[in-house]
Design a protein around this ligand. Structure first.
Ligand code: NAD
Length: 382
């Protein structure tokens, strides 16, 4: 397969971790016989320096000429936020991309890797079933896009944010949820507040209608307050969750705490024609930029999501994810995921590494995994 990827490394640790993700993509292309052409563009402070804008037309043109976007992260150090280079940097970059490409859903996996339970904030017994879920969040509707009003009536200040959903918006999110569930455990939990909100009642109705096209996927409805509780009480019960913009915003951040570090989380935003932007949900981590200690896993997992959802390369995506899991199992840790508990036995089994060494460990595992796949294929072909 030949595909072009727009690569926007951004600021801070963005370029450091992007370099590592590209090394992984290069190996995947080589092992599986693909050609991924890299079309690099600037975003954030890096773009401001060159073009005086956080997301210039030149960068949009790079994205438009590509099959998917791999994004790093943008933004400046906290004490420089007032400088023109950084004012509204994140908003200008991300919102311009969202608006231009009409990204309708966001996908956020949350997984507690084997051997990494110690950095999950939940108790070991809650994690026994394993935690491996995906949250699909609608992005274009809800109170974020309705009419916002602020005023005063009879001397009393009021504020109002209108929340609206159309059936088309719900349908797009529902299809994304069902399709994602098909690629995983075939279970979808649709989260709403249908006991109170009219928009949620429409949500539930439309998700149910769409479910008839996916008879192989088991659908359940859950109220958002219960879902928030279940994410903490029993997160292992979830496979795919699909939900509206605001509930998804909150639930996906709650779920992002489960892996134990932002450095282990990836995210995808997609429009209804399958064009997507893939990025770590964390920021540019200016506090550690240039030190060679950033965790590259979030960026590498974002590249895996790109292969799965934009290019349909499930085997390749899984190979990357399995290689990450194997490197973690072998004890490799960047500083953000190193345990600080008094469990000295497991601490001793951990090897503290930097950005490049972590990727090297992942590439070693990728090599082993692809060699064993090739061997199995050769045996099957005989
Ligand atoms: P941040 O996510 O950059 O960092 C929060 C903490 O997590 C820091 O201690 C950082 O060192 C750590 N961290 C994040 N990613 C890491 C990784 N891969 N490996 C190891 N540690 C990691 O949040 P912040 O410090 O509040 O923001 C820094 C800048 O990033 C700000 O300018 C902010 O606006 C921007 N930002 C951008 C995005 C984006 O590009 N999508 C998202 C959030 C914040």
């Amino acid at each position: 397969m030949q595909r072009t990827i727009a690569v926007l490394p951004g600021d801070g640790i963005g370029p450091e971790v992007m370099k590592e993700a590209l090394r992984v993509l290069e190996v995947v292309a080589d092992k599986f016989g693909h050609e991924f052409r890299i079309n690099e563009g600037v975003a954030g402070g890096a773009a401001y320096e060159k073009y005086g804008a956080h997301l210039p037309q030149e960068t949009l043109d790079v994205c438009k000429a590509s099959d998917a976007i791999l994004f790093g992260s943008v933004g400046g150090p906290i004490n420089e936020m007032h400088l023109p280079k950084w004012v509204d940097c994140e908003r200008n970059s991300i919102l311009t991309l969202r608006k231009t490409f009409n990204f309708a859903v966001n996908l956020r996996p949350a997984k507690v890797y084997k051997g990494m339970e110690g950095i999950c904030p939940l108790k070991a017994e809650v994690l026994e079933k394993g935690v491996d879920m995906l949250i699909v969040r609608e992005l274009l509707g809800d109170a974020y896009f309705g009419r916002h009003e602020r005023g005063e009536r009879n001397g009393i200040r009021f504020a109002q944010d209108e929340s609206e959903y159309t059936e088309d918006q719900v349908r797009t999110a529902a299809h994304a949820g069902f399709k994602a569930a098909r690629l995983r455990g075939k279970r979808l939990t649709s989260v709403d507040k249908a006991n109170v909100l009219t928009a949620s009642r429409l949500w539930r109705e439309v998700v149910k209608e769409v479910s008839s096209e996916y008879p192989d996927v088991q659908l359940e409805d859950m109220l958002v307050d219960n879902c928030a509780m279940q994410l903490i009480r029993d997160p292992g019960q979830f496979d795919v969750i699909v939900t509206s913009n605001m509930f998804g915003d909150i639930l996906s951040d709650a779920a992002a705490a489960l892996p134990g570090s932002l450095g282990l989380c990836a995210s995808a935003s997609m429009n209804d024609s399958g064009f997507g932007l893939y990025e770590p949900p964390g920021g540019s981590a200016q506090d550690i930029a240039g030190k060679g200690i950033a965790n590259p896993i979030a960026q590498i997992l974002s590249a895996a999501l790109l292969l799965r959802y934009s290019f349909g390369l499930e085997q390749e995506a899984r190979a990357i994810e399995d290689a990450v899991e194997a490197a973690l199992k072998a004890g490799y840790r960047t500083s953000d995921i190193k345990r600080t508990t008094s469990d000295t036995k497991s601490k001793d089994e951990e090897k503290l590494v930097g950005t490049v060494e972590m990727t090297n460990a992942i590439l070693v595992e990728l090599e082993k995994l692809t060699a064993s796949v090739k061997k199995k294929e050769a045996v099957a072909a005989k």
